[in-house]
Design a protein around this ligand. Structure first.
Ligand SMILES: [Zn+2]
Ligand SMILES: [Zn+2]
Length: 316
């Protein structure tokens, strides 16, 4: 498939989903009362470190009444946001990207951080980026800003006439608990188990019409169950049993300690009782049976709830 065909296909699927969303929005009901749906979940990237051109680095946007909150910034985050904006998710207009939550500092979740800091500014954003993440994100931000100092000086003081405020970052190193609150959203961070990372977070977003829990990268973590506890949407990373069986034995210790299998996720989701379980950051380790359909059917063997598997630019 050519790049053009892929992007047309993705945009088309986004339009279909958007249409379905608009149709559903009039009758969306949470806890019995009929409310207009205000919250959109847009998958900006569903990939992992592997450079799959169809799945860019992990990133998603929760858009509440037109205000976007970005979770993680994998490679491609800004371009996918731009694609979603062009397809009709107006809240993802580039200069609107002002708030980001990072789950942990693995490269696949942060390679697009510089992009998120600078590209919206180059395109005219005047406000600094507000970035929330684990201890270490201050250092990372400091070094990124330093690395681009010369570019920034030329843009601000030269013929490009860039503003001197939108290239800044207000960094917030977080601890578990409520880390953010405004009129549209309350965000709670909770620790998850991600191998040797001392601090890897999941996030719980409460908006006027939906409660959304994002696992981040994690091996099976009770904190995901506790924080979802009947939430509307649980977005969880996953790998398949078939992929594990076909994986290189040298990798198995890593996989078990850092990530969650379909079988484990079925147990977690059964206890967490989300209205909808969405798979993302799907990891494929090899073998013929290690496919997206394979993942879904493995989960359905022991999980009775609704489950779907996300693609880049899917909208829920
Ligand atoms: Zn990852
Ligand atoms: Zn990770």
């Amino acid at each position: 498939m050519s790049f053009k065909t892929i992007s047309q296909h993705r945009l088309f699927s986004l339009f279909i989903l958007l249409g379905a969303f608009l149709l559903a929005s009039g009758s969306y009901s949470n806890s019995g009362t009929s409310l207009p749906m205000k919250t959109q979940i847009v998958f900006l990237g569903t990939g992992n470190p592997s450079p799959d051109p169809n799945r860019t680095g992990p990133a998603l946007a929760i858009v509440v009444d037109g205000t976007p909150y970005i979770v993680d910034c994998g490679t491609g985050v800004v371009r996918r946001a731009s694609a979603a904006a062009q397809a009709g998710v107006k809240g993802l207009a580039i200069t609107n990207l002002k708030t980001a939550f990072i789950t942990h500092l693995h490269t696949d979740h942060t390679l697009g951080y510089a992009d998120l800091i600078f590209t919206p500014w180059v395109m005219g954003r005047k406000e600094p980026l507000e970035a929330y993440g684990p201890v270490g994100i201050k250092q990372m931000t400091y070094h990124i800003l330093k690395a681009y100092q010369e570019d920034n000086n030329i843009r601000i003081n030269g013929l490009e006439n860039a503003n001197s405020t939108g290239n800044k970052v207000n960094v917030h190193e977080i601890k578990p608990g409520i880390i953010y609150k405004d009129q549209k959203v309350t965000v709670r961070a909770f620790l998850v188990k991600h191998g040797s990372w001392a601090r890897a977070y999941g996030y719980r977003f409460e908006t006027p019409d939906r409660t959304i829990v994002i696992s981040g990268d994690t091996s099976p973590s009770e904190s995901v169950v506790e924080n979802c506890n009947g939430c509307d949407v649980l977005i969880h990373e996953v790998y398949s049993q078939a992929g594990f069986a076909a994986s290189d034995s040298d990798w198995r210790k890593y996989i078990l300690s850092f990530h969650t299998s379909t079988k484990e996720l079925a147990e977690i989701a059964t206890k967490a009782r989300p209205g909808l379980l969405i798979l993302y950051h799907q990891m494929f380790f090899g073998g013929q049976a290690d496919t997206e359909d394979g993942m879904l059917s493995e989960i359905r063997q022991s999980y009775r709830g609704k489950v779907v598997s996300a693609h880049d630019l899917d909208l829920y």
